[in-house]
Design a binder for this molecule. Structure first.
Ligand code: FE2
Ligand code: FE2
Length: 193
């Protein structure tokens, strides 16, 4: 059986139906974006398919996992354990499926973003938020933006999550702020040329 198909079957066992369909949707969206932006399609599909592999792990299990596997966690993750599913997922796909480092990083960064993101990571991040089962105000606008300009789409999504967290008085991951600053500076410099 093909690797992708085997992993897809495994995820069907691990995840709830809703999360499984979200994962398959992310895979399809990542394929579409990988073609537009000219990156490895197989890598994009596999990373997007598995990005939430650890999402439904109970909180206690997450804590035990990071301890047992020596994964460092920061103050914000300590408060919002749900964020850890990115780091844990990246560790699982490395050990279980032997995914390459760029694929691991794409999974790790899909929760908060990071200034270390490459095109693959950005595509996985965006595919997660724009796949076919997602439904929120402006989702169509974001889908269009994703096809036109990856950086502007990232900026839109980061603005959105930061605004939501401010409204709910929730912590904001520093990685999201750093990435937003990096993109704003990059876009401003591009306009000067
Ligand atoms: Fe996730
Ligand atoms: Fe997701």
């Amino acid at each position: 059986m093909e690797k992708l198909e085997a992993i897809q079957n495994e995820l069907k066992q691990i995840l709830s139906e809703k999360r499984y369909l979200h994962s398959v949707g992310a895979m399809k969206k990542a394929e579409e974006l990988a073609k537009i932006y000219g990156i490895d399609i197989e890598k994009a599909k596999l990373a997007a398919l598995t990005h939430d592999i650890a999402k439904e792990m109970p909180k206690e299990e997450m804590l035990a996992y990071v301890q047992q596997n020596s994964i460092p966690i920061n103050e914000i993750e300590q408060e919002q354990l749900g964020l850890l599913h990115g780091k844990i997922g990246a560790d699982i796909v490395k050990k279980k499926y032997g995914f390459s480092e760029d694929m691991q990083k794409a999974i790790e960064y899909h929760t908060t973003g990071s200034i270390q993101m490459d095109t693959l990571a950005k595509i996985v991040f965006i595919a997660d938020k724009t796949e076919e089962t997602r439904d929120y105000d402006n989702v169509e606008e974001v889908r269009e933006l994703a096809c036109q300009n990856l950086e502007r789409c990232m900026l839109y999504l980061l603005n959105d999550v930061i605004k939501k967290n401010v409204k709910k008085e929730k912590l904001i991951a520093l990685e999201s702020i750093e990435l937003r600053n990096q993109i704003l500076i990059k876009l401003a410099n591009a306009e000067k040329i």
